[in-house]
Design a protein around this ligand. Structure first.
Ligand SMILES: [Fe+2]
Length: 292
């Protein structure tokens, strides 16, 4: 966990909350955890993650013997889309996060989970942040979407619509699915960095799978402690980017008065439904019950 990470502890973060990675100071066992997680996901994501994610992995060479050195990684990433990864000690305040995204910087945690936490952790570590998020940042349309999201976030702060925008991030950047000619595929970082949810999100009959709709998503609750009970699928990254190209001003105006919420199990008359979930997993007690 971050508090036990001596490299984080001894640094005073800069005004933008960044710290140095100090790559030379990762231990052999920390590098081994990365390699183990990488190998597991290589198996889990075959036929499940979208082509763009795999392309990103190839571009970045993230399986080079352990935790990536950001200096080397950033050279490749910057050449592709102008993005870079910056290191932060822990989750950063919303305005700091949005400012980084708006300037094509992705904040990532330095620490890596322990070998005893391979399947679940509460705070994102470098494996989630770099393996999960960065391959998609090599894709020009997705890279533009993330920057637009950062700019939209800075505006949302002024309109008290932060929760709405957080839901958009959750159901796209973290837990998004995409329809392809080969079938439904994963692009969300929260899924691609989790072996169990890689399978659950696509193959379980439990969750709802619905077509993405910007305003629908921005009014939908989500859960942070277990597998999602609803996933939203896009047809293309162009569709996702286009949805954010409208003027968010009137949207925020509407949302600041319209506080309607949909629960994670709702299916609305206007929804395009790919899978009407049984919700059996959640009803049976979810992670806690299934780990016993
Ligand atoms: Fe994330």
């Amino acid at each position: 966990m971050p508090l036990n990470d001596a490299v984080i502890k001894r640094q005073t973060p800069r005004d933008d909350f960044t710290i140095d990675q100090c790559w030379d100071e990762y231990s052999r066992s920390e590098h081994a955890v990365w390699s183990m997680l990488y190998e597991r996901q290589a198996q889990a994501l075959k036929g499940r993650a979208c082509d763009e994610f795999f392309e990103g992995l190839d571009h970045l060479d993230l399986n080079d013997g352990g935790i990536p050195d950001l200096e080397k990684l950033n050279k490749k990433l910057h050449a592709l889309t102008g993005w870079e990864v910056v290191m932060v000690p822990h989750l950063v305040p919303d305005d700091v996060f949005f400012t980084h995204l708006a300037n094509r910087r992705f904040p990532a945690g330095r620490f890596i989970r322990g070998a005893d936490q391979m399947d679940y952790l509460e705070e994102p570590d470098i494996f989630h942040d770099v393996y999960g998020h960065v391959p998609m940042l090599t894709q020009p349309v997705f890279a533009d979407y993330m920057q637009a999201y950062g700019k939209g976030g800075l505006r949302a702060l002024k309109h008290d619509c932060l929760k709405n925008l957080a839901r958009l991030y959750w159901y796209t950047v973290e837990f998004g699915l995409i329809k392809t000619d080969a079938g439904m595929r994963i692009y969300g970082a929260g899924i691609v960095s989790s072996r169990t949810e890689s399978v659950f999100s696509l193959e379980s009959g439990s969750p709802n799978r619905l077509h993405f709709d910007l305003e629908r998503v921005m009014h939908t609750d989500y859960r942070i402690d277990d597998f999602q009970q609803v996933y939203f699928a896009i047809d293309s990254f162009d569709e996702l980017f286009a949805a954010t190209q409208q003027d968010f001003g009137p949207l925020y105006e509407r949302m600041s008065t319209d506080k309607q919420m949909h629960s994670v199990t709702d299916i609305l008359p206007a929804d395009k439904v790919y899978n009407r979930g049984t919700q059996d997993y959640a009803k049976s007690g979810g992670r806690k019950a299934n780990q016993k």
